[in-house]
Design a protein around this ligand. Structure first.
Ligand code: ADP
Ligand code: MG
Length: 266
């Protein structure tokens, strides 16, 4: 097993204007994300999941500790990491293909190849035939597919996804989950996927990292192992056992977060 992303004693402190002391969002995070694995990350709202993803993405530097990818310290954003956010960060004035091609223009990929790659990745996410549609002509699920195609088009080693399906209806979410697993199996990318859904975490993750409420730490990393991915995993007894275990872990953390909120309001 090789480590793709290594986090060592990672902390993040925000200095908030008007507040008398700095706010610790993340504290001493140690985590090894394996090369090619699908890791899901769950934790109560506000525990620092998005902050952690931003740090791995290199959008903001850690206040302490180190993050390395393939052993090389992260010093900023890079094309080795693709990011997909919850909200569709698409350019409304560009077609689906135009959105996917955007990053390739920055990489100076020739026009013909850009168009071919855009078509390939839109096809991969199930959007063949929708290349010339504008975002407002697409459903929420389709827009999120475009966002995924766009991040895949760079061919990043690592895909960082921050609650990408949270705004979608249940049926669209389930079909996108399946598509994403298929793409992951096909491409062998390392995926870090944040969710607040326990079912989603168990369904998608080979491992589920559970975070504590403020400040965010890694509470436990749960290995999820099914005999086979064929059939309806959600109906398996083991699915229910993982779900129950994670639910217990999270219940304590959500309660802690609520207690803290109550005392800070009082
Ligand atoms: P999550 O994604 O788990 O809901 P976030 O990572 O978004 O949590 O936020 C963790 C905590 O850090 C929250 O309390 C949030 O208010 C705070 N926070 C996030 N970004 C900033 C920032 N730029 N400045 C100050 N506080 C921030
Ligand atoms: Mg978040």
């Amino acid at each position: 097993m090789t480590t793709k992303i290594g986090l060592r004693g990672v902390g993040k402190v925000f200095r908030v204007r008007g507040a008398d002391r700095p706010f610790t969002a993340l504290d001493r995070i140690d985590l090894d994300i394996r090369d090619g694995e699908f890791l899901t990350l769950v934790g109560p709202s506000g525990c620092g999941k998005s902050t952690l993803l931003d740090l791995i993405a290199g959008l903001t530097p850690p206040s302490s500790g180190q993050i390395a990818i393939d052993g090389v310290p992260v010093t900023g954003p890079g094309l080795d990491r693709g990011i997909v956010f919850q909200q569709y960060a698409l350019f409304p004035w560009r077609t689906a293909a135009g959105n996917v091609e955007f990053g390739l223009e920055a990489k100076a990929v020739p026009k013909r190849e850009r168009a071919e790659r855009a078509r390939h990745f839109l096809d991969l996410v199930g959007l063949a035939g929708f290349e010339e549609r504008y975002p407002h002509e697409l459903s929420g699920g389709m827009r999120q597919r475009v966002a995924i195609a766009r991040s895949l088009a760079f061919d990043p080693d690592v895909l960082l996804m921050d609650e990408p399906f949270a705004a979608l209806d249940a049926q669209t979410r389930e079909s996108l989950q399946e598509e994403l697993l298929r793409i992951w199996e096909k491409t062998g990318k390392t995926v870090v996927f944040i969710t607040h859904g326990i079912d989603e975490a168990v369904y998608l993750g080979q491992r589920v990292a559970v975070m504590t409420s403020r400040p965010g730490r890694i509470k436990e990393v749960v290995e999820v192992a099914f005999d086979s991915r064929a059939g309806d995993l959600r109906a398996e007894a083991r699915f229910g056992e993982y779900r129950h275990h994670l639910w217990n872990l999270l219940r304590d953390e959500v309660a802690a977060a609520q207690r803290e909120e109550a005392t800070s309001v009082a």
